[in-house]
Write a protein that binds this ligand. Sequence first.
Ligand code: TYM
Length: 344
Amino acid sequence: MPEFQPRVFSGVQPTGNLHLGNYLGAITKFVALQETHDCIYCVVDLHAITVPQNPAELKASIREVTAAFLAAGIDAKKHIVFNQSQVSEHAELAWVLNCVARLGWLTRMTQFKEKAGKDRENVSVGLYAYPILMAADILVYRATHVPVGEDQKQHLELARDIAQKFNLDFGEEIVALGHGDAFFPLPEPLIQGPATRVMSLRDGTKKMSKSDPSDYSRINLSDDADTIAQKIRKAKTDPEPLPREVEGLAKRPEAENLVGIFAALEGRSKAEVLEAYGGGNFSTFKSALIDLTVAKLTPIGEAMAKLAQDQAHIDAVLEDGAARARVLAAETMKAVKDIVGFVR
Ligand code: TYM
């Protein structure tokens, strides 16, 4: 493998409310990685239309996710923030990778199985091919590191398989064209910390998700302090006091989830949180969790609301980011065309 320039890429879908899971699993990591890496953060609107969207709401959601990135502290001048559909190379590379990936690989994707449910014959082809577009998103920048929540792990493994198969299938051309023995890096997932899988506040065995019909299952980045307090107070718990050791969280999914959220918000480990709160009851712990969540999230929600009033600014950020992303993506596509054997 040649030495690839370290580069971070990740994406968030513009579909409905951003929640605490997106924030702790992904966005806080995006913010931290800016210190050490060149980063590209993408609002993945092409992914959103794999299920039906209302076009007016889609536009609003694209701007809302962009606002959330900026409000959380992503620097769109030093790094790149844009929406996927403005850089056509994502779709173009996805086609080439469609011809590299194998049908059987996609059939194993658990997220597709979950999303398609029993009505498989009736979902879009896009929903099935979704992980290939995701691989293209990453590989079109030859990104080396991808911060995501635990739920994206399998998709990242697929992206690595696709990159590797491309490198093997076109090995001779890659060497002949002077790229060394591999054109694409095998992108590394970054899935770390105490909240890589934030669970529903109503059921600790289910992932916190945008599509849960109960708004009490999640904390949205746009929730105000009262709403956050109410949701945490109503969050499901169990009758035992909090354990003093992390091992005591086993088989107590709700307790584990709340402790994980606390730890991630405060930048501590679960063990440290339990040192402070273990042995105590949930009501004391929940009060502290409410204060912490309100302190961390409401400034972001307020900044998002402010940014939402300046649509021209958001659109300008996306346009500028897309222009810079396009330069990098076009360079990759040119090389891919030469490798595959297209005349250009
Ligand atoms: P999406 O839009 O569903 O979620 C955005 C990010 O939030 C993380 N996440 C969570 N993390 C912890 N706990 C949760 N309950 C939780 N829910 C969501 C997700 O893991 C993700 O990191 N396919 C991707 C978007 C995408 C992408 C990419 C990501 C498209 N192309 C390329 C990385 C690289 C998705 O649907 O994420």
